[in-house]
Design a protein. Structure first.
Lengths: 110, 403
């Protein structure tokens, strides 16, 4: 009887190793001094993020192509960055990463 | 019955081992050990590689339109560690979880090459910076300040222009006294101080504070040394009376950074930049600082790629002088051997992250800079900074970056 139970646990153990849970990514956030952790599946991260990333690149490069540099300008736009962040206590799914976008424009003197 | 219990415990233990966490010793908070210990943590490796792989997939699978004048040059992500060692992408708290940078394609602007070769490690580029040199007189400082002051005034927040200009000039003069000391620090090996930054917070009345006291406009003063110049005035070995306390401080740090030479990274990464938080005593002496209310500047070091032949490294004649570390209102001494040990431990931790960072050859993006932030403790211990902790030392590992 004991051997049979042992065998049962061994089978359960190897089965659980075989059926590994889907890989995930942790999102950490600091809310009111406390760390909040959320876990999202790798596939969900990829599926949500790729179209968002592509659209953002498209929109930014399209807007920037309208910028014209003229010879008499003392400052020249050289670098543009966009930071995606999530604020406040939200159910952190990838869509919320778009919660707040921070734009930075870097001009350089000639 | 006995065997059943043992097997059940084994199953539970196996699941426990699979939890991916940063080893306690790498956090350094409660550990006595000041040295790096490589713990068997396959699940950590797996989780870290999954994170890298996912990001690489995301950035490579998107079809990016490149037919315009601008292109997506780089992407920054921040990986955070919480108190118990869990790690993941940081979001919220004012931090950008992901940052995307577009620059103009080469040929679109003559400025591109210049700006990108200035410093391979990027920092907060949005802060208007005043570039101050030691030889500047009041007139040239004014010329440097004027356009930056105009940007600050354009925000509409600052009301008193004259006060702002006067305070900025005074601050620049004080800044010059520090950079003269840095310039006078003899170069004792491959590492040397190449950048010093001071963050300034300007109030609506035009008053300047070195710490963030609330509503303010942020400016920065910066000094650069573009080339390592060997001090010609003094003959080695240097004695205490020949160097100012600040020059000594900078030279000691540069000399101690040599311990990083013994750490070899894989995947073509090189450990060649370091940033340290700096505070100042009432006498104006530089000390190592931790905590936002104590850090008033950042000192950056870099390592020369080329080692000159027949180069005899000069020496200081007073090697035993410890560093001072300020935390809250307490100043403690960190002996130089302890500091060297802290640097080695930090670099070994960073080594773990670089050695696992392989990129596929056909990837659209390649991971080229890994920045490791470390907290120094008054015990002399060091560990990866956790959320809410205070960064003391930042090490940068780079590859495919031209210095």
């Amino acid at each position: 009887m004991t051997k049979r139970i042992s065998l049962f646990f061994l089978v359960v153990f190897f089965y659980s190793c075989e059926q590994a849970p889907e890989e995930s990514i942790k999102i950490l956030s600091l809310v009111n001094g406390q760390t909040v952790q959320k876990e999202i599946s790798t596939n969900h991260f990829k599926n949500s993020f790729i179209p968002l990333f592509q659209n953002m690149n498209d929109e930014v490069t399209k807007s920037l192509s309208l910028y014209e540099e003229k010879d008499d300008m003392p400052w020249v736009l050289n670098r543009v960055s966009v930071g995606l962040t999530a604020e406040a206590e939200v159910d952190l799914q990838i869509a919320e990463l778009t919660g707040e976008a921070k734009f930075e424009l870097r001009f350089q003197r000639r | 019955m006995h065997k059943k219990v043992i097997l059940l415990i084994l199953v539970l233990m196996s699941h426990q081992l699979l939890a991916a966490r940063i080893p306690k010793n790498w956090l350094g908070k409660n550990e006595i050990s000041r040295t790096f210990s490589k713990e068997d943590n396959l699940s950590l490796e797996k989780s870290y590689q999954n994170l890298l792989q996912t990001q690489e997939d995301v950035f490579s699978k998107a079809v990016l339109n490149d037919n315009r004048n601008w292109y997506l040059q780089s992407i920054f992500t921040e990986i955070a560690v919480e108190a118990e060692g869990e790690f993941g992408i940081l979001a919220g708290g004012g931090e950008a979880a992901l940052e995307f940078v577009w620059i103009r394609k080469a040929g679109q602007s003559v400025l591109n090459t210049k700006i990108n070769s200035k410093d391979p490690i990027e920092d907060d580029g949005e802060i208007p910076s005043l570039e101050i040199r030691s030889e500047m007189n009041e007139e040239s400082i004014q010329r440097e300040i004027e356009p930056i002051a105009q940007i600050a005034l354009a925000s509409g927040f600052i009301k008193n222009k004259n006060k702002l200009l006067r305070n900025l000039i005074n601050q620049a003069k004080e800044f010059q006294t520090v950079i003269r000391d840095i310039e006078n620090s003899p170069v004792l090996g491959p590492w040397y101080a190449y950048k010093y930054q001071l963050e300034l917070y300007v109030s609506a009345e035009g008053e300047i504070s070195l710490i963030n006291l609330g509503a303010s406009v942020r400016l920065r003063m910066e000094w650069w040394r573009l080339q390592k110049i060997k001090s010609q005035n003094i003959v080695s070995p240097y004695r205490p009376m020949e160097l100012s306390p600040n020059a000594t401080f900078v030279s000691h740090l540069a000399e101690d950074l040599k311990v990083l030479n013994q750490v070899n990274l894989e995947n073509d990464f090189k450990l060649n930049f370091m940033k340290i938080g700096i505070g100042k005593t009432v006498k104006g002496n530089l000390i190592i600082a931790k905590g936002k209310s104590k850090i008033v500047g950042s000192l950056f070091f870099r390592r020369d790629e080329v080692k000159p032949e027949h180069f005899t490294e000069p020496k200081l004649d007073f090697d035993e002088q410890p560093y001072a570390l300020v935390e809250n209102d307490e100043i403690v001494q960190i002996k130089r051997p302890a500091m060297k040990q802290a640097l080695i431990k930090s670099s070994e931790i960073l080594k773990f992250f670089t050695n696992k960072a392989k990129s596929k050859k056909d990837s659209l993006f390649e991971l080229n800079v890994i920045e490791g932030e470390f907290e120094l403790f008054t015990t002399g211990n060091v560990g990866l900074v956790t959320i809410g902790g205070s960064v003391g030392v930042t090490l940068f590992a780079t590859r495919n970056v031209i210095i």
